[in-house]
Ligand binder design. Structure first.
Ligand SMILES: Cc1ncc(COP(=O)(O)O)c(C=O)c1O
Length: 394
């Protein structure tokens, strides 16, 4: 009897989620904590965002009301997001019809995918890809088609992508700048994606959480600005990385009115609404002067250089990221060939934690030589990590 009960419990996780297991971020952060390692694995800063924004949140909590926000987000925040889309990208967005505030980009992705995918629809994921896209698509009972970026330079080959699109394709998920490889999609690549979306009447879901971390003067290209995609794309972002407050989980989805309706239908049944006092603070934070955004990028440009130079000096082959706050490195020059084994050993042996990149591929055979370190840390934290790695390697 007991045995039978146990068996039922073991199978309680829905079939769609069973292949995925515990997130690598949870695993590596736990390992880092267990060994007192410098945590360069999960992508959260070890500093908080602007004091003024935190003060706004505290004021909003104390002044109240601390009650449900409108499901689509408070008007103040939706208007701030619309102003931001105009200020940075020249995109005109209707704050009432085209913006939905979500609990982080993660919920935005979830609301979008669950809102538009029917069982049997196909969704294209460009791998390596962020670890939530596949489980959410699987929950929606969509069929996932993976298209791999070329390992040599993370470029997207036209024939690979064209071969994946077909009449059942409902959507493609794009992440630019991309986690974990730091790739920034070019206008040429995005235009090609647009042409396939138009040809197959498919939608583009674009995760742009690192939109303000694009280096070397390249500038971020939002999918909303790509010809042909204005009315076919769901642009998802959040303030996790931009305001350096990942714990606030404040995100949004920008999409044409009829597309936003699908997002809103599922969003209202996932969380109904986001956190009202934080939304006020985020509206204030998004409206920060250009100087804030310029300084953010300058600080990250500096951190990128510090970490890339040091890792290069230690013998890794460094792939300098075009965007994001992650640097992927090839571990083979140091004699390692299994990223997962390397990252499981690193916290204990070296006192530093990192993320194995192969988990971002469906087939772990790819990317096994790549490990991702994050540089969203104070200088002293990066220096300590470098010091520990140097000591271990020597
Ligand atoms: C590509 C990507 N999308 C989404 C998220 C999660 O964003 P949020 O914290 O706003 O849910 C992350 C966080 O690391 C990410 O790297």
């Amino acid at each position: 009897m007991w045995g039978k009960k146990m068996k039922r419990r073991k199978d309680l996780v829905v079939k769609a989620l069973r292949p995925f297991g515990t997130s690598i971020f949870t695993e590596m952060t736990s390992l880092a904590n267990a060994h007192g390692a410098v945590n360069l694995s999960q992508g959260f800063p070890d500093f908080d965002g602007p004091q003024k924004v935190k003060a706004r949140a505290a004021e909003a909590i104390m002044a109240g009301p601390n009650q449900y926000a409108p499901s689509i987000g408070i008007p103040e925040l939706r208007h701030a997001i619309a102003r931001k889309m105009k200020r940075f990208y020249g995109s005109e967005v209707d704050p009432d019809e085209e913006i939905t505030v979500t609990s982080g980009a993660t919920e935005g992705l979830c609301a979008t995918l669950l809102g538009i995918l029917e069982p049997g629809d196909e969704v294209i994921l460009l791998e390596p890809c962020f670890d939530t896209y596949a489980p959410i698509s699987a929950l929606a009972q969509a069929r996932i088609r993976y298209v791999s970026l070329r390992l040599s330079d993370f470029s997207l080959h036209r024939e690979d992508l064209a071969g994946a699109f077909n009449p059942k394709t409902k959507a493609i998920v794009i992440n630019t700048p991309q986690n974990p490889c730091g790739k920034v999609f070019t206008m040429e690549e995005l235009t090609f994606i647009a042409s396939l979306c138009e040809k197959y009447d498919a939608y583009a879901i674009s995760d742009e959480v690192y939109e303000h971390l694009v280096y070397d003067g390249r500038g971020h290209l939002t999918l909303l600005g790509v010809p042909g995609l204005r009315n076919r794309s769901f642009v998802i972002s959040s303030t996790a990385k931009t305001l350096s407050m990942t714990g606030w989980k404040q995100g949004w989805v920008v999409a044409a009115p009829e597309l936003s309706r699908a997002v809103r239908m599922s969003h209202q049944n996932i969380v109904f609404c986001g956190q009202s006092p934080l939304q006020k603070a985020v509206a204030f934070g998004i409206d920060s002067p250009d100087q804030y955004y310029t300084q953010l990028l300058a600080d990250y440009t500096h951190r990128r250089k510090v970490l890339c130079d040091a890792l290069q000096g230690l013998g890794f082959r460094v792939i300098t990221p075009e965007g994001t706050y992650y640097v992927p490195v090839d571990i083979t020059p140091l004699g390692f060939d299994d990223d997962l084994a390397f990252c499981r050993m690193l916290p204990e042996k070296a006192g530093v934690a990192a993320i194995p990149c192969s988990v971002f591929w469906e087939n772990r055979g790819q990317g096994r030589n790549l490990v991702r370190f994050c540089f969203c840390k104070r200088d002293e934290t990066l220096e300590e990590a470098i010091r520990r790695l140097r000591k271990w390697l020597s």
